[in-house]
Design a protein around this ligand. Sequence first.
Ligand SMILES: Nc1nc2c(c(=O)[nH]1)N[C@H]1C(S)=C(S)[C@@H](COP(=O)(O)OP(=O)(O)OC[C@H]3O[C@@H](n4cnc5c(N)ncnc54)[C@H](O)[C@@H]3O)O[C@H]1N2
Ligand code: MOO
Length: 400
Amino acid sequence: MSSALSLPDAQAQLLALAQPLAVETVAADEALGRYLAAPLHARRTQPPADLSAMDGYALGDTDSHGPWRIIGESAAGHPFDGPVAAGEAVRISTGAILPEGAQTVLLQEDATREGTTLTLSGDAPVQGRHIRRAGFDFSEGQALRDAGIKVTPAVLALTLAAGHATLPVRQKPRIVLIDSGDELAADPTQCARHQIPASNGPMLQAMLASLPCTVTRIGPVADTLDALAAALDAAREADLIVTSGGASVGDHDLIRPALEAWGAKIAFWRVAMKPGKPLMVARRNTGDSEQLVLGLPGNPVSSYVTAFLFLLPLVRALLGSGQPLPTQAQTVVTADLGAGGKRLEFLRGIWDGNTVIPLSEQDSSGLHALSVANALIERPAMGAAQAAGSPVRIYRLENG
Ligand SMILES: Nc1nc2c(c(=O)[nH]1)N[C@H]1C(S)=C(S)[C@@H](COP(=O)(O)OP(=O)(O)OC[C@H]3O[C@@H](n4cnc5c(N)ncnc54)[C@H](O)[C@@H]3O)O[C@H]1N2
Ligand code: MOO
């Protein structure tokens, strides 16, 4: 295991290889879920003028207790044309432009209107109350958000409010997933005793569904160099090729020789983590660009965990994310944990909002346990045993 990288080193090396893809400009709503390729600046000021925050009356003074004479109306989209003076009031609605000279907005619940006469019947007016000042949200030319942030629904709304119809983002990565192994059956209903259903490819595709990318699946591919060469050749247009299985040291683990025969260079192989040790990263120069290959271990839980910690961050980095790695949270474990082993370990667990319960089944092929887990509990390599109630770091999975 001496050649295995630590998890942070391996992630850093992988992300250093990830060149964000070319920039394209798309309609703002099509940019949802992608990452800004340039900083976002305001093309306009918001609000563009002082606005009322409530339905009521804009008053020309705040020091009297009325009555006031109502001289007109300012509705949203229909401003009042003219000033309001002391002793005068303008009927105003939420979001409408404050007339020139207005000092405050008197809530309609605090006033009584008879004809054009307004009298105070509740709380007295206070200078400046219920007014949204011009530009409090942002001003024209202001830098709003940095490149690399995700276009969320709120960022989309900000983009439109700031006067943009389009956004620059990175092209969607083209990803090919290759399942390999002679034992894999494509049809789970037709699975002989010597076979198991090929579940990794569909699982990885489903994990990638949360990111903007195009995914094609190939396989299951037989454990021969010729079959793997044909699969890799079919993936020659991809920005990223992801294999699962055949990454270890067995006689039939052919991903490494197949990649080398295809002209790819191994960037690194093996990470000191459990599950996920045989992870492999390679790259192939195609002349004008570079393809990356991520070789995930075949064990389904190992594939899942390495996809969470390497594949999804890599795709985010290709999309230009400024923060591609998942974030951890701290919580408290409900059971005693033994001392850590040689590798950093991720136990599957159930996080209930306050504490995390480690599952009893931790085999790296255990899909039933994985399906009920919603957290990975981090156990440092060679760490001391921990009693129930100890703090632990977790990754939350969108899986529970
Ligand atoms: N002597 C050693 N043996 C193993 C080592 C080692 O260091 N020395 N590492 C072990 C570790 S850790 C892992 S993880 C596995 C992973 O090996 P591979 O990536 O070569 O995966 P395979 O051997 O091809 O398959 C492992 C397991 O997963 C099943 N599998 C594979 N692909 C799929 C798929 N698409 N869908 C569902 N299941 C799949 C496969 O049938 C095997 O059961 O190696 C250990 N061995
Ligand atoms: O590292 Mo392997 O992924 O434990 O089963």
